[in-house]
Design a protein around this ligand. Structure first.
Ligand code: HEC
Length: 131
């Protein structure tokens, strides 16, 4: 009788195992899963971009060389955002790039027609990317 009681019932043990699998167990997997899709989006295909930003990017084809998370020809937008450029600094850099700011990258072509208004749109957008 004692021996029978000591032996755990298999179905009860299974039920306990099942209950022990909580969200905490699957969280890393869930996070990776989300990041995976976020990564696909942020490579640039379906990334939501405000219309004014899109317009500037479209005019100068910035996105042929810059993507969200990954290095293309130039640094990613996220890397660029970390530099905290003011609109004024950004305008100056677009008209006269300083390749020494980015060792290991080819120099960016100057964009002489880049206006201060364009620079404000891009600088403001980069600023909110960091949040
Ligand atoms: C032909 C490819 C190409 C295009 C198009 C391009 N870039 Fe770049 N960009 C680069 C490369 C390469 C670098 C890094 C080397 C450098 O700064 O010269 C860079 C650097 C930058 C920097 C950093 C400057 C610094 O000194 O820190 C900013 C900001 C930037 N690009 C924004 C833009 C914007 C905005 C556009 C569109 C108006 C654009 N780029 C278009 C290739 C490109």
């Amino acid at each position: 009788m004692v021996a029978y009681r000591a032996a755990p019932r298999r179905d009860v043990a299974l039920a306990e195992n099942a209950r022990r699998l909580t969200f905490a167990d699957v969280k890393p997997v869930a996070l990776l899963f989300c990041l995976h899709f976020y990564g696909i989006l942020s490579v640039g295909l379906a990334q939501p971009m405000p219309a004014d930003v899109k317009q500037v990017m479209g005019r100068y084809a910035c996105t042929t060389c810059h993507a969200f998370e990954v290095r293309l020809v130039g640094p990613s937008w996220r890397e660029l955002a970390k530099r905290n450029y003011t609109p004024k600094q950004l305008a100056a850099l677009m008209r006269k790039p300083q390749p020494e700011n980015w060792p290991n990258y080819p120099p960016m072509e100057p964009v002489p027609t880049f206006t201060n208004a364009d620079a404000k749109i891009i600088a403001d957008w980069l600023k909110q990317l960091k949040n």
